[in-house]
Design a protein around this ligand. Structure first.
Ligand code: PLP
Length: 400
């Protein structure tokens, strides 16, 4: 039992901020993970929506290996080819004009908020600008990102948090309208709320928020950290709604495993916000992650990942809806593309299902208030959906 040793070692030294599953993952291949005992797991979590290409992708791995031997880090005082290429490809894929690379999602949110504040400051010179964010949102764990995260559980112990933030109800346009005033500089939301329980924005809500932003000269910031990068069958979820943000935050699947995030802005925002000296990062967007982002975007195009997601997600939705009909304790299915959730009655705890699924060799995670979350690698096939269903049924049957 080599695995047990690593669990003990980790538990004696790593700060206890996670209750981890008692599994020591060792390697991955395709959409499967293997632990140190050699047990196989079908992965429907993708390291929390990160491993869009699954594991052991030859082309991706080779690109990273080559870059490791060339140059890993330069700092942002210099240019490098992989970063320049990654920036160009990301702007092209998003239709936004300027990018700033970060090391994580939470830093992408920090930068997005700073860009919005600087933009507003440049317009009216005020320093009391307000941000409107959403209840049940999740934007990260650093203090700025926590300030816009509408969940007491994450915030409470760390208050007061920076900035003036007002919380509206997600998918409730009236609640947004009542909060907008002359101090509002930005409205921030996830195009699909992830951690909050897999809630897609309604078309009317997103279109409505965009109209408010245009009328009031307020910036729209969309957090696409979890729902972006092809997960909905669009490169970015907002592209499916036809609602373009002024600023977008991106991370998770952006580098398919290497730590990289980004925020992007329109040229208009870029021209009137962050300037040399206003923002920076030592590692952010180094050549190694640049090579990863660049290769990921190439692979999305050459392998038709978006078309594949659109096809396989219809199948996944169908299967999940069938489960919803058959098991009385499943009270709803929500989501878009390969970002799906099954809401459960309280006597069937999602965390318990997730644990039991793991024992069956299936990785699924939870979200929000008792929701089972499905965010598999984007390269899953229908046969993997079948296998997931079969394994999940074995667990669900025990609650009947
Ligand atoms: C994961 C996540 C974040 C935070 O990203 P980190 O890389 O963990 O800092 C922010 N917003 C959303 C929507 C996320 O899903």
């Amino acid at each position: 039992m080599e695995g047990k040793r690593w669990i003990e070692e980790a538990e004696s030294h790593i700060l206890h901020t996670y209750n981890r599953y008692h599994v020591v993952l060792d390697h991955g291949e395709g959409v499967y993970l293997y632990d140190t005992e050699g047990k196989q797991y079908l992965d429907f979590a993708a390291g929390i929506a990160v491993q869009a290409l699954g594991y052991g992708d030859r082309e991706y791995n080779d690109a990273l290996k080559q870059q490791v031997d060339k140059l890993v880090h330069t700092s942002n005082l210099y240019y490098s080819q992989p970063v320049a290429e990654a920036a160009g490809k990301l702007c092209k894929a998003s239709g936004l004009d300027r990018v700033f690379f970060t090391n994580s999602g939470t830093e992408a949110i920090e930068g997005a908020l700073k860009a919005a504040k600087k933009y507003a400051y440049g317009k009216d010179g005020r320093t009391d600008h307000e941000i409107i964010a959403m209840e049940h949102s999740f934007h990260g764990r650093s203090l700025g990102a926590l300030s816009v995260t509408g969940n007491a559980q994450y915030r409470k112990a760390f208050e007061p948090l920076p900035g003036i933030v007002r919380f509206a109800s997600y998918n409730d346009l009236e609640s947004v309208k009542t909060l907008v005033n002359e101090k509002t500089c930005a409205i921030l939301l996830e195009t699909i709320q992830g951690e909050g329980g897999v809630y897609p924005a309604s078309q009317a809500f997103l279109t409505g928020v965009k109209s408010i932003c245009e009328e009031r000269g307020v910036l729209l910031i969309l957090d696409e950290i979890q729902c972006g990068m092809g997960r909905t069958g669009q490169m970015f979820a907002w592209q499916g709604y036809g609602v373009k943000p002024d600023i977008m935050a991106c991370a998770k699947a952006l580098g398919c495993g290497v730590p990289v995030g980004a925020f992007l802005t329109t040229e208009k925002v870029a021209q009137a916000s962050l300037k040399p000296g206003d923002h920076g990062t030592t590692y952010g967007g180094n050549p190694l992650v640049g090579a990863a982002v660049s290769k990921v975007l190439d692979i999305f195009e050459t392998r038709g990942i978006l078309a594949h997601v659109r096809e396989v997600s219809v199948y996944l939705e169908e299967r999940l809806s069938r489960l919803e009909k058959e098991y009385p304790f499943i009270v709803g299915r929500r989501g878009l593309g390969l970002m799906q959730g099954l809401a459960l009655e309280s006597f069937v705890p999602a965390a318990e299902i997730s644990q039991k699924a793991l024992e069956q060799g299936l990785i699924v995670i939870t979200a929000g208030n008792n929701v089972l979350r499905f965010v598999p690698p984007l390269v899953i096939g229908k046969e993997h959906v079948d296998e997931m269903e079969e394994k999940l049924r074995r667990v669900l049957d025990t609650y009947l």
